[in-house]
Design a protein around this ligand. Structure first.
Ligand code: W6P
Length: 382
């Protein structure tokens, strides 16, 4: 069989979404053999769905050196997992499988910048029309969402059954059954503060308030979640709010309006609102904040500040679209609303109950790609 045959074959199966509840239950009383048997098929299925979808993206992208590099890594990882197809789950096999997953995790650590580079290479190669951009946006969202799911499963297996210790002892693998939102906000703020200070930027303060509709839980807001994901989302939004505030009031202002964070646990949703007074964003720019192409477009500000590692303080790069994918991954959402001239409100919604937090996974489909035709719009142009 060629690899292409294998992709065809495994894409016939549907991906199996897991819930946070089932991941927690499995962490408590699941065994390694069971996880091995699930993953050695599930990973191949999920990779195959994305490889099949690549037949429908603009062919030029597939020719870009960075995309070829990314695909060669996926082919390698696919083959390595495929090699376990008929392996009996004895102790040696299980140990080798875990080692393989740790290696795969490392191999793919930089795929996001690699795909960002592929996009830039494509832009250099020639103009990209609107339809192609829409397809690329659609594909990148699905590709990165698929990656989040795969990495979550791999992390969970390697943390539960490998030699690494979880970050905090109360965690079940990468999941924290008592994930404390306010403390994650404080951690993210501390990191953002360091980043700003290194760039000689002033740092507005934050105010956090929490409310829990379940009165017996007082106003502490904890829930079952993957803290690394929540951190990523909050850090990205906080950075944007702090930067907007500094730019609105200037580097030498005596005082800055604080960024206000409200954490509310309802019956169905847990919502985190992050409100700044950074002057807002006009409506025409708001949806663009989620476009992958945006990072390669002319920078919105000339005073683009870099920290000592060359990391932009807020590059409007892939941070926001990927933060939204993390939020959507377990059936949540990330939304922005803005009043131009005043400020921006960001809302992170998360399922409050772990049994409702089920993975959102792309299923290979060519339909969406064929919908967008050149004459396709059913609305007048401006
Ligand atoms: C802004 C622009 C932005 C993006 C994301 C989150 C907050 C904010 N504030 O001005």
């Amino acid at each position: 069989f060629t690899l292409a045959n294998q992709f065809d074959n495994y894409a016939k199966f549907q991906p199996t979404p897991v819930t946070l509840k089932s991941l927690i239950d499995f962490a408590v009383d699941g065994d390694m053999k069971h996880s091995y048997k699930f993953l050695r098929v599930e990973l191949l299925v999920r990779w195959s769905h994305m490889r099949k979808e690549m037949d429908y993206i603009p062919a030029k992208l597939l020719e870009m050196p960075s995309l070829k590099l990314a695909n060669s890594l996926y082919d390698q990882s696919f083959s390595e997992v495929l090699a376990f197809k008929d392996a009996e789950p004895d102790a040696t096999t299980l140990r080798k499988f875990t080692e393989t997953l740790v290696e795969i995790r490392r191999r793919h650590a930089n795929i996001v910048p690699t795909l960002a580079r592929a996009y830039m290479e494509l832009e250099k190669a020639g103009p990209i029309d609107l339809i192609e951009r829409n397809r690329l946006q659609y594909f990148y969202d699905r590709f990165f969402m698929n990656r989040i799911g795969i990495r979550t499963l791999i992390y969970q297996h390697t943390l539960l059954f490998g030699n690494e210790l979880p970050q905090h002892s109360q965690q079940a693998g990468i999941i924290d059954p008592y994930c404390d939102v306010a403390s994650i906000v404080r951690d993210a703020y501390a990191t953002a503060k360091q980043l700003f200070e290194r760039a000689s930027y002033p740092v507005p303060t934050i105010e956090i308030s929490s409310h829990n509709v379940h009165e017996n839980e007082k106003n502490d807001v904890t829930f079952v979640y993957i803290p690394a994901h929540l951190y990523h989302i909050i850090f990205e939004l906080l950075k944007n709010s702090l930067r907007a505030t500094v730019e609105r009031y200037g580097l030498d202002a005596k005082e800055y309006p604080p960024v206000c964070i409200r954490i509310v646990k309802g019956h169905e949703d847990l919502t985190i609102q992050i409100a700044d007074r950074g002057g807002g964003v006009p409506r025409s720019k708001l949806s663009q904040l989620f476009h992958y192409m945006y990072s390669t477009a002319p920078k919105p500000n000339s005073d683009f500040t870099l920290d000592s590692k060359g990391t932009p303080i807020a590059g409007l790069g892939y941070g926001l679209p990927i933060a939204r994918l993390y939020a959507k991954y377990f059936q949540g959402n990330l939304a922005l609303s803005s009043v131009e001239g005043l400020g921006t409100w960001a809302y992170i919604s998360i399922k409050a109950a772990a049994e409702n937090a089920s993975e959102l996974l792309p299923i290979f489909s060519k339909i969406r790609y064929s919908y967008t035709t050149k004459k396709g719009s059913d609305w007048t142009k401006k």
